[in-house]
Design a protein around this ligand. Sequence first.
Ligand SMILES: *[C@@H]1O[C@H](CO)[C@@H](O)[C@H](O)[C@H]1NC(C)=O
Ligand SMILES: *[C@@H]1O[C@H](CO)[C@@H](O)[C@H](O)[C@H]1NC(C)=O
Ligand SMILES: *[C@@H]1O[C@H](CO)[C@@H](O)[C@H](O)[C@H]1NC(C)=O
Length: 981
Amino acid sequence: MDSKMGYQELPGASSVHDARRRPSLPKTILLALCTAVATATVLTCNTFLQSAASQRIHYVPLNAETILTRCAALGEKPRPPTDFLARDASDRYEPGTKSTLVKNARIWTGARNGTEIVYGDVYLDKGVVKGIGYIPEALYASEREVIVVDAKGGWVTPGLVDLHSHVGVSSVPELHGTLDVNSEHGPILPWLRSIDAFNTHDDAFQLAIAGGVTSVQVLPGSGNAIAGQAFMFKLRKTSDRTPSSMVLEPPHSLNGSSANSEHPMRWRHMKQACGESLIAYGNRMDSMWSYRWAYNEARRIKDSQDVYCAKAEAGLWDELSGQNYPDNLQWEALVDVLRGRVKVSTHCYEEVDLDSMVRLTNEFEFPIASFHHASEAWLVPNLLKRTRVVCFLHELALTEWGGTPTVGVFAAVHRYKRESFRGSGFAPRVLADNGIPVVMKSDHPILNSRYLMYEAQQAHYWGLPPHLALLSVTAVPATAAGMSHRIGVLQEGTDADVVLWDSHPLQLGATPRKVWIDGILQIGADEEGIVIGKGKEARQFQEVPNVPNWDKERKEAIKWDGLPPLAPTQYRSRVLLRNVREVTVRDPDAEDRLKTLLEPGELSDVVLDRGRITCIGKHCLGGINAEVEIDLQGGAIAPSLMTFGSPLGVEEIMLEASTGDGVLFDPLHGDPPSILGDKGGLVRTADALKFGTRNALLAHRAGVTYATSSLEKTTYFTSPAFIAGLSVTFRTGSAHALEPGAVIKQITALHIVLSRTSPSSLVGQASVSTQIAALRRLLLNGEPDDTETGHWFKRAAQGAIPLVIDVASADIMAVLLRLKVEVEQARGSLMKMVFFRATEAHLIADEIAREKVGIILEPARPFPQVWDERRILAGPPLTNDTSLVRLMDAGVTVAIGCRDAWQPVNTRFDVAWAALETNGRITRQKAQALVTTNLEKLLDIEGWIDEDGGDLVAYQGGSIFDLSRKPVAVASPRRGLVDVL
Ligand SMILES: *[C@@H]1O[C@H](CO)[C@@H](O)[C@H](O)[C@H]1NC(C)=O
Ligand SMILES: *[C@@H]1O[C@H](CO)[C@@H](O)[C@H](O)[C@H]1NC(C)=O
Ligand SMILES: *[C@@H]1O[C@H](CO)[C@@H](O)[C@H](O)[C@H]1NC(C)=O
């Protein structure tokens, strides 16, 4: 165990070592029975104590009353004040706020297990929802001024609640001075508090609100077993501007006030973690011991408090002479955990860790409110139910706790570490089927909290019923945090945190038109004149989206312990697709190089022979002796998608070095091994390629059949190598490199990463000016021709191979545009330059267009992660434009890329989002081009894919833009087969 771990004897605790644990009732006893027993016992004991006290008083300390008040409070549990919902004004009300009437809305209230929908109005007054449905004029007639908003039939929901966020403690743009999420001072730190690090200047607040998120639980990081106390915050900047004023229902102890009957005890929150994250303090056995040690310390204090109070309440003051009330500032929060007053959030991925934690809660008898990240929880639902409902009697106090924890998961962020390798999109549905409450969360800034509803959309796509998907980001997290009396639900008396959406919130791209927190409008003021929801006029956007049926796949996934086989069934002769509504193919001569063959509306048959379309029509004879027939149910056939930017095919698990290529030499920080005979150490990704990774096979099943990968990208925690290798383009579904068509282009592009020192890195990066100088030299004079570096940089300077530069800042891009001109003048060439990431490219869109530089945007929806990316164009509801439209309007060839190997699976969703966020300004064809022909053009592989027509994907039940569609087959003329998925 690390020496940082404190095993010191507790001051003040030594005198209570021999305190005996109270005997507990049989653990399996039902709560109801328990309550009855307790009530009877309390009455009996009270009578006994009263008579005992009257006979035995010898000595009473001066502060006896204080002690007795304290003792009396031991049995108290957090709860909202009685009649809380009858309040007239919120404690968060900002005087002067006008009341608001939202009329003509479809209100999903979050009540009745998410099944209640009210058609009508919502009235917000003094920070509180004062009416829902029919609002009699009398309710607001006395108000001098009421703001009236016509929802025009649009959807209204409660403000979203993000149960797992590091907003404010891991703020953006990330800077060295704002890394306050993990303390390095030991595995057990229950005395730390996230509020003490909460930065009110985080750029993420406004973005999250723009996604409808109004409340968050701000957790310390996961680097410690017990990382500290969490707090619930509302994201609205208050007039007071302080972190304290942003906390929702702060525990009274926070500012030294105390609970009383008018202000009963409030919930506290705590963050725990297990598994890999704790590696700094030893292995799994070490961390579980650190937990048991800590809880044992807390239990000793708790028990001695109980013994002390039992004596005090019995009037046995003589026996307490010289003893203070046992307490300890370091452990008091953990003692409160044992008293059932803390909503504990525990980050735990795997079966082994979940099992250890459940055992721990049963050993020390405390409840866990929620497991987070729980990648394998869906595989062990019964284990989660073994967090017992326990109750036992402590003198006069009845304590009850336990119950099945809520489980918080990501929709698609899986396989980035061993612990998450068995994570699955099916998990939310499986958990729900087992009666376990499900939460979708962001882990902001891991995912941008702004897209919390997108997590719910994906959960719905993979099978979670719509009402549970909406609950997973509203009432369920609110309940798990002990706040459902005021947030996550719209009913009379709850907080006036309200979102008015431009479409049904489970539709891809759903965007808030207006967001209120505490009745104060945060987003969507009319005078800002931002266009929101244009292009979503069709009625379908206001309905719950249809989604595919995944029953078979879900059962398979469970059967295979989370790792179902992913290889498709291959057909090498005829395949008949019926009821096809749309067919789009690549066409070198068409606009965007895409051509639609079927008019929307018609239903046709399509015959594929050895992966090639041989007939489209109603009477295809070729279909008669087809090997297999698939009903597309009005679905579509379209060119397969392509992905760029992630290490797909280069690594299997991001955090497991043994599954990847290893460390790339960085010529700016030392010479590569001399045996390379190349000062630049330029290497080929094709030499590092591995096939059959789960991410690649899942991408293939999602219709993403082509990938271009390089060896390095910007990372936020380490310093990337400057020369990122020569990329390779390959087929995601191939079995190995020697299979026909597996490798499409061995050497695709030359890659450079221009980066600054990462805020969390201690190693300084070579300066940007040094990096540009090196690039200039490599392109102008260059290394000797007989080295890889010399050869390929020369080719890039001549425009014979694309030069892809990972860069975010507009200033650096401007320098690169000048450098391009300089090189072209010197060499008389025309370079093929592409900026990847290009977060700030919108600022110099015209200049980029003039220099004919291409852009691959990453992420698809921008986020100001670091300083170089802070000038984002956020898109509706914050700005009219997105980077995409701004660049396309300027005439730039734009594509969409990604960063991590789990992301290619979601390429189709990213494109749909990108198109929807343009307010109808780009066609579907243009949107498809972003991840097909535009990428091919920028990476100069057009001929390589077109030659054989390229892969096609058959989608059942819709087009690539619909949540209802499911990829069912990949037709591959090059490989002469059809993969049935
Ligand atoms: C809500 O769902 C729970 C669990 O499925 C069920 O026990 C409860 O009765 C439901 N409540 C309502 C109001 O439908
Ligand atoms: C402590 O905060 C509560 C609100 O949570 C407030 O009502 C009270 O006045 C504060 N007390 C002090 C001493 O600041
Ligand atoms: C957004 O676009 C609308 C319609 O084109 C325009 O009226 C409005 O001024 C624009 N708003 C901003 C902030 O550019």
